[in-house]
Design a protein around this ligand. Structure first.
Ligand SMILES: [Zn+2]
Length: 464
């Protein structure tokens, strides 16, 4: 069998011919399953071309060549692979040897001690170099072939698989895989990145798993939710330097689904998680106030999609998604909504409110203004921001009657929310932190500060 593959190269000198005797049968069969390699070896190039591109290496037996490789860093080997196609083929073969895979496919993902900086690079650093090596070695193959070959080699690393690790929270596997993929695909055009995504979907059955977590009851498959989150974040989303890349990959994940599922998936990937086991905390937005840390991931994702870089999203798409998010898994407390809007930035906040104004949802909008003021007060933002936002939203209403009715609604909402909070304080259901009283305290101050800003605006301006 060996003879069949390498028959054409029979006249080659030591480096090629000794390889017949050195590769163990079993290993050989492995490489035989790779049509790409066989094609490479028996490619149209003539023997003399092969020989000339080997340079002085043609004098060396293969085992000496491999021994030399052991003295080179992964980065240096990746440089070497660019010398010629023949060299790069030899390197591909070397990677698949037992000593090659021992050296390259490091799997110490669970020992969280920091590596000794002088001795060995960190694991993610190693996999970045390895990504470069694979990128350079497989440069001449078509994308699909390339991915198939690379993943055949990576298939022995179980911590790279979506459900392959038994302790995913303590594992560096997925981040390393993410760094590897990012290096491999850096600079590829969109069409090729689509191919990568489709390939990964096929390899991991990601769409089927996403389907399960977005259509089932929230929290009914906690472990799968966690795995989907970790895979999406660590492998597909977290390592990009450019926002446009992050937007591209997030779009791939979200776009196939209807908007209700998009919102659910967004919450699974970016929503708050438990600090104990890393699992998604579903009642966080509905049962109590969520702080900035719990909301920041979601806000950043919304901003990313609203960004000019995310070509496949209109402002309307993002606002609808934001609207849908506020009922995942049930209707959020309005304070959490307001905090998410503030974290999402002026433009998104205004567009969201303007869309409510245009759709005649003035009462809902008025309540939102009250909670924006409350969050400004609690989180120490300038209150004139909230006033200016209300002023801008006022201009969206087309007639003076509508505008005045909206302002009336804002005042009513202040009174109403204060009365509601007062009632909850009076009812005496005090928790340990006395949070209902504290909330009332903040709201009364918020109202005072909000109106102070309005007085400044109207009284200190001579033309008003
Ligand atoms: Zn692991």
């Amino acid at each position: 069998m060996i003879e069949q593959i390498y028959g054409a190269n029979r006249k080659m000198t030591s480096l090629i011919s000794t390889s017949f005797t050195l590769i163990p049968n079993q290993k050989y069969r492995r490489s035989n399953r790779r049509p790409s390699q066989a094609q490479l070896c028996s490619s149209v190039e003539t023997e003399s071309q092969h020989l000339s591109t080997l340079g002085y290496f043609k004098e060396l037996p293969l085992e000496i060549f491999y021994m030399i490789l052991e003295y080179l860093s992964v980065k240096d080997i990746s440089m070497l692979s660019m010398v010629s196609k023949t060299i790069s083929n030899h390197l591909i073969n070397y990677i698949s040897t037992p000593s090659g895979s021992r050296r390259f496919l490091l799997q110490d993902f669970h020992s969280l001690h920091l590596p000794d900086k002088r001795q060995e690079p960190s694991l993610p650093h190693h996999y970045r170099s390895l990504g470069l090596l694979f990128k350079r070695c497989t440069l001449l193959l078509p994308t699909k072939e390339r991915l198939r070959y690379i993943h055949k080699i990576l298939s022995e690393i179980s911590c790279f698989k979506l459900g392959g690790c038994s302790a995913p929270m303590q594992c560096l596997g997925l981040p390393c895989y993410g760094v590897f993929l990012q290096t491999l695909t850096a600079g590829w055009d969109e069409l090729e990145c689509h191919r990568v995504y489709n390939f990964l979907c096929e390899l991991t059955s990601l769409p089927r798993k996403v389907q399960a977590v977005v259509s089932g009851k929230p929290g009914s498959a906690r472990k799968l939710e966690l795995r989907v989150r970790l895979f999406c974040r660590s492998v597909l989303l977290d390592h990009w330097a450019n926002r446009s890349d992050s937007a591209f990959w997030l779009t791939r994940l979200l776009k196939p689904w209807p908007i209700v599922n998009q919102a659910r998936l967004l919450y699974i990937i970016f929503g708050p998680v438990s600090s104990l086991d890393g699992q998604v905390v579903w009642p966080k937005m509905t049962e109590g106030t969520a702080d900035e840390t719990s909301l920041k991931g979601l806000a950043d994702a919304i901003k990313l999609l609203y960004d000019i870089e995310a070509k496949e999203w209109t402002a309307d798409d993002v606002i609808s998604l934001l609207d849908e998010l506020s009922v995942v898994p049930h209707e959020w407390l309005l304070e959490n909504n307001a905090r998410l809007l503030i974290l999402s930035g002026n433009s998104i906040c205004f567009t969201f409110m303007a869309s409510k104004a245009v759709n005649g949802r003035a009462i809902e909008l008025a309540r939102l203004v009250v909670f924006l003021a409350l969050v400004c007060e609690k989180d120490l933002y300038c209150m004139d921001w909230a006033v200016q936002m209300m002023q801008k939203v006022c201009k969206v209403f087309s007639s003076a009657v509508e505008r005045n009715s909206f302002l009336q609604n804002v005042e009513n909402a202040f009174a109403r929310v204060i009365m509601d909070m007062l009632q909850s304080v009076m009812s005496g259901e005090r928790d340990e932190e006395d949070s209902s009283f504290l909330n009332l305290f903040h709201l009364v101050n918020a109202q005072a500060n909000f109106h102070k800003e309005i007085l400044y605006l109207t009284m200190s301006c001579p033309t008003a």
